[in-house]
Design a protein around this ligand. Structure first.
Ligand SMILES: Cc1cc2nc3c(=O)[nH]c(=O)nc-3n(C[C@H](O)[C@H](O)[C@H](O)COP(=O)(O)OP(=O)(O)OC[C@H]3O[C@@H](n4cnc5c(N)ncnc54)[C@H](O)[C@@H]3O)c2cc1C
Length: 412
């Protein structure tokens, strides 16, 4: 009998699962359902579109013929509204019921809204979809002043968009530095200087109390909790993701701020798998459940889920993720889980070079590199291989570090 696989979500996790299913189960029925109006595109590149640096075309990864050529059924503009695990079906907003043998949930997340007055005014943007990027580009191209909220990896994209579009901005942060959980003062200062060079001013110990609007309902200013007023006819907010798990409401599928899966991407229901940003997966390197929001990790999770949907427990997920930022004159990269260490070591090498390594139980669990990314391969290798390095933290900070430096010390 032909197996039928249904995938909810055509982001990189869902799409890479579909590709793997087709390659490894040539006879199977594969259906991909997405509520977006376009097939897989490069979410990482939509910021370059919003900056005005790229046209639309190169951002698309698959057009509809990609699915046709592989005999994968793609349903665009289709919201899955219900899962029936007993009947092995999913239902869509337009009343269709689709049967599955194995189901993959790869529905990602939706940006968190700010619970303040006028947060839904025109000119206030969140950033997740290509449609969001189009709206941001249209608004920022005519804006005169901008405010950015959310001192993390997506917020800095919004700041860079303002810089690229030459709109002066204020970047309101709750603490005393950008991405305060992963950087220290010295590392953050490099990022702050780079923002200032692009015309975006970091504002610390700030945030949003409410927004002011004009008579047409367009935002005109952001008022922070200290009562300070920032002119803003463009506002970009990136304060986190709410995972799209409402489909699981009332179902007996384990969740813990995300869908809990084992190393095979299998949920607590044996015929339902999950992959991508919304999983709380078993990280075999850490030896505990973990979470990761990055393109490479979502892609690999989709591939691994597909393999296990075909052949249960055939391949585990083992991955060291990376996330890079290319907005400035120097490169920036974070890897692994840079904020969950029980020990951190860091060093500044020059005005644009800095490194921090996070360790837990004496092993590397993540890090951040600014300026010189050459040590990343050695640090990631040591993390992947779970090498104990707690007694060699100075070596990890050597300017021209490589994994061989650790081996050399261990051999002595
Ligand atoms: C602007 C931006 C910049 C980024 N930059 C980087 C970067 O530089 N490096 C990096 O590693 N990562 C980056 N990321 C993060 C990366 O893009 C994500 O980690 C990755 O795309 C997650 O993929 P996913 O497939 O898990 O989820 P998503 O890409 O969110 O896909 C989920 C899909 O499911 C659909 N869906 C949800 N619910 C339903 C439903 N009920 N029915 C049907 N469809 C549904 C959604 O509409 C969506 O299309 C960036 C993200 C953004 C937004």
């Amino acid at each position: 009998m032909t197996e039928s696989y249904v995938i909810i979500g055509d982001g990189i996790a869902g799409s890479s699962a579909a590709e793997t299913l087709r390659e490894e189960a040539p006879e199977a029925d594969v259906t991909v359902i997405t509520d977006e109006g376009e097939a897989l595109y490069n979410r990482i590149l939509i910021k370059e579109f919003a900056k005005g640096k790229l046209p639309e075309a190169p951002i698309s990864i698959h057009d509809e013929s990609w699915y046709d050529d592989r005999d994968i059924e793609l349903k665009l503009n289709t919201l899955v509204t219900n899962i029936d695990p007993n009947g092995h079906t999913v239902s869509t907003h337009d009343g269709e019921t689709i049967e599955y043998d194995k189901l993959l949930i790869a529905t990602g997340g939706t940006p968190t809204q700010l619970p303040v007055e006028n947060a839904d005014a025109d000119g206030i943007h969140h950033f997740w979809t290509f449609q969001d990027a189009r709206a941001i580009r249209e608004n920022i191209e005519t804006a005169e002043s901008a405010t950015i909220i959310g001192a993390g990896l997506l917020g800095i994209d919004l700041a860079a968009i303002c810089g690229a579009q030459e709109v002066p901005g204020n970047y309101l942060m709750r603490g005393d530095c950008w991405w305060r959980y992963a950087l220290d003062e010295e590392g953050a200062e490099i990022m702050h200087d780079a923002m200032r060079e692009r015309g975006v001013t970091p504002v610390f110990d700030s945030g949003v109390d409410h927004f002011e609007t004009d008579d047409e309902g367009h935002v005109v200013a952001t008022i922070d909790p200290n009562g300070e007023r920032f002119e803003s006819d463009f506002v970009g907010i990136a304060i986190g993701l709410n995972f799209n798990t409402e489909l699981l409401y009332g179902l007996d599928i384990e969740q813990d701020n995300g869908i809990v899966v084992d190393k095979y991407m299998q949920t607590s229901n044996e015929d339902i798998y999950a992959a991508g940003d919304l999983t709380r997966f078993y990280d075999v390197i850490l030896g505990e459940q973990a979470q990761n929001g990055s393109w490479g990790s979502a892609k690999e999770q989709g591939t691994i889920a597909a393999k296990n949907m075909i052949s249960p427990e055939s391949e585990g997920f083992r991955w060291v993720s990376s996330y890079s930022i290319t907005h400035f004159d120097f490169p920036f990269l974070s890897f692994g889980h840079p904020t969950i260490g029980d020990e951190y070591v860091s060093k500044k090498y020059s005005e644009t070079e800095w490194r921090r390594v996070a360790l837990k139980d004496g092993k590397i669990v993540g890090g951040v590199l600014i300026g010189d990314l050459a040590p990343q391969s050695g640090l990631k290798k040591l993390m992947r291989e779970e090498v104990p390095v707690g007694d060699q933290t100075e070596t990890l900070l050597k300017e021209s570090f490589s994994a061989d430096d650790i081996a050399a010390v261990q051999e002595q």
